[in-house]
Design a protein around this ligand. Structure first.
Ligand code: ADP
Length: 430
């Protein structure tokens, strides 16, 4: 029996024997409760002991962990500070101006070159943004800053200020919770511009100088081929014909170089007059047909159903556009296996004329397609099989079409063929 219960019963009844028998069942129940209680108490006590041991262990572990974390944080902070110093040294020493603006539109960093470009020499950043705006006041800089804070990137090229040229890039940044501000990169590109200008001028002068001897050679070979100076034997004719052809190629190249210099000098604009596109296209087809037949190519022309409305253009330049496209279609047609066909059509819609030139030629590999209208660009398959190309024609053609407010596009599949489409707006007279 439980000792405490025993003591209580002796105190109440004198001795255990005197406990009335009718209480014995009750005494038994109480005794069992005592025992149960004590067992449970022991269990709780034990589990508390275990928890406290575990807690001490855990605490120790946590302390160790926290020491490791503290150490790592200290080292990382040191490293980051070092990185920060390095980065700001780099930012200070580069020639590009850098301005960092936070998402609230406040300048939080400005390097030395940027200060110089905007003529701001305070040892704080207050007022530097306004100085940026006033320095480039002819350009919508504040609008660009506002837009780019929302993770947009924009740039302005060819900014001219007091005979200096700048290029500004507004680079929006995004953080975990959306916009994080922007970086403004200011580049002084005056030297590059001067170099580019002198290069363009040199090409222009050289091309002009080449024109005269090339024209003389053209005239002379034509006179000789006409046999104005007496009959030619076969060998003489071959040599003169080759000279004439090479000279023609050189004239073509010089003309292309002159066009390129005009485009670069911003002088590639024309007096736009009413032109009948169908007439021009049909003249080009007539001129190119013998050349196509020589190469076992048929030109299939679909004339328009009705008279096409005139457009505003310069006739000789429009001629040049069609000549280039059809010449390319002939040049890049596959004629080895069978006769090849070039399909040409002209259609008029409500607002524009659509002229398309489709060939069954080598096509343009997908990887080259996005570069096709760049200067000197030639697709890899053309470069391998057709060495005499310059990669200048399409660049010039696009500039001409754009100067007529039109657009040129193409679709192509390698080894299947290409379709070039020119769209020119119909200008309605009121
Ligand atoms: P070029 O023909 O003198 O190389 P272009 O500027 O006229 O220069 O054309 C640029 C490049 O575009 C060509 O070198 C060729 O790779 C590709 N190209 C143009 N037209 C075609 C065409 N009809 N079929 C396949 N490739 C073409």
């Amino acid at each position: 029996m439980d000792k405490t219960l025993e003591r209580q019963l002796i105190r109440l009844f004198g001795s255990l024997e005197k406990v009335p028998p009718e209480l014995s069942e009750l005494v038994e129940i109480v005794n069992q409760s005592y025992i149960d209680f004590q067992n449970e108490y022991k269990l709780v006590e034990r589990s508390l002991e275990i928890s406290s041991e575990e807690l001490t262990e855990l605490n120790q572990h946590l302390q160790e962990e926290s020491e490791i974390i503290e150490k790592t944080v200290k080292t990382r902070t040191k490293e980051l500070n070092l990185e920060k110093v390095k980065l700001s040294k780099i930012a200070e020493n580069m020639s590009t101006g850098a301005m960092l603006i936070d998402k609230f539109g406040k300048v939080i960093f400005l390097n030395q070159p940027a200060r110089q470009f905007i003529n701001f020499h305070e040892d704080h950043y207050n007022g530097s943004l306004e100085k940026l705006y006033s320095t480039f006041s002819d350009y919508p800089i504040s609008e660009y800053v506002k837009q780019c804070i929302h993770n947009v990137s924009l740039e302005i090229d060819n900014i001219e200020i007091n005979e200096s040229f700048f290029h500004i890039l507004f680079q929006g940044m995004s953080g975990e919770d959306g916009a994080a501000g922007l970086l403004v990169w200011i580049n002084d590109v005056t030297q590059e511009k001067i170099l580019e200008r002198s290069k363009t001028e040199l090409v222009a002068v050289a091309s002009h100088q080449l024109r005269t001897p090339l024209t003389v050679t053209k005239g002379n070979t034509e006179i000789l081929l006409d046999e104005s100076y007496g009959p030619l034997n076969e060998e003489q004719r071959n040599i003169i014909e080759q000279t004439h052809e090479s000279n023609e190629n050189m004239i073509g190249l010089v003309n292309q170089m002159l066009d390129i210099t005009k485009i670069e000098q911003g002088e590639f604009s024309f007096q736009l007059l009413d032109v009948c596109v169908t007439d021009v296209l049909e003249r080009v087809i007539k001129e190119m047909t013998p050349h196509a037949i020589e190469k076992n190519i048929v030109i299939e022309y679909n004339p328009p159903d009705s008279v096409t409305p005139n457009i505003k253009a310069e006739e000789t330049r429009l001629y040049q556009v069609f000549q280039n496209l059809i010449d390319n279609a002939i040049k890049y047609s596959q004629t080895a296996k069978k006769q090849s066909v070039i399909f040409i059509s002209i259609k008029s819609t409500k607002n524009k004329l659509r002229i398309s030139v489709r060939d069954e030629g080598i096509g343009i590999p997908i990887k080259d397609q996005s570069h096709l209208f760049s200067r000197f660009y030639r697709a890899s398959n053309a470069e391998m099989s057709f060495i005499d190309g310059t990669g200048l024609g399409l660049y010039i053609v696009q500039s001409i079409v754009r100067s007529f407010n039109g657009e040129i596009n193409f679709t192509s599949e390698e080894n299947k063929g290409t379709i070039f489409t020119v769209e020119l707006p119909i200008i309605k007279d009121n």
